[in-house]
Design a protein. Structure first.
Length: 158
């Protein structure tokens, strides 16, 4: 005895599979590329925050104060972390306050005195890289991170 299938299941299923693939594949592709792009943005964001932490940690030691190279050394520390990113150029802003409380704007481009407070801010322009989903994001995503530390008493506090 032979089993008879209803008329709907009798023809070649290739056409139905092709239609289903045509409907589902673009959605899956966008989801996969969106996941990759989101991972790239998160990696860049975490790297920016790590660079700010590294810069603030170095700034709190007071190294380079004797020869006046402190700001350049802070930027070098930040740059070493930012080199992990493609086109890792970032803007580094260093601010400081004489006391250990951040009141007011503080001194810009100053690593601060001993026992003061220093803040290192890193700003990075991220450019989406994946096709299709890159068009869903702005052309440039600005990522910023900052960290504050109390400066060690490498000299007598004022």
């Amino acid at each position: 005895m032979m089993l008879r299938l209803p008329m709907i299941f009798r023809g070649a299923p290739g056409g139905m599979v092709a239609v289903e693939t045509a409907l589902i594949l673009p959605v899956l592709l966008v989801l996969a590329l969106g996941t990759i792009e989101t991972g790239n943005i998160l990696h860049a964001w975490l790297t920016v925050h790590k660079a700010a932490q590294t810069g603030a940690r170095f700034a709190s030691t007071g190294q380079g104060d004797d020869d006046g190279s402190r700001l350049a050394l802070i930027e070098l520390q930040v740059g070493q972390v930012m080199d992990r990113l493609e086109g890792g150029a970032a803007t580094v802003n260093v601010s400081s306050w004489a006391g250990n409380v951040a009141s007011g704007e503080g001194a810009q481009d100053s690593a601060g005195p001993p026992c003061g407070l220093v803040e290192v801010e890193v700003v990075y322009d991220y450019h989406p890289i994946t096709p299709l989903t890159g068009d869903l994001f702005p052309e440039v995503v600005v990522l910023a991170g900052s960290d504050r530390k109390i400066i060690e008493p490498y000299k007598p506090c004022e």
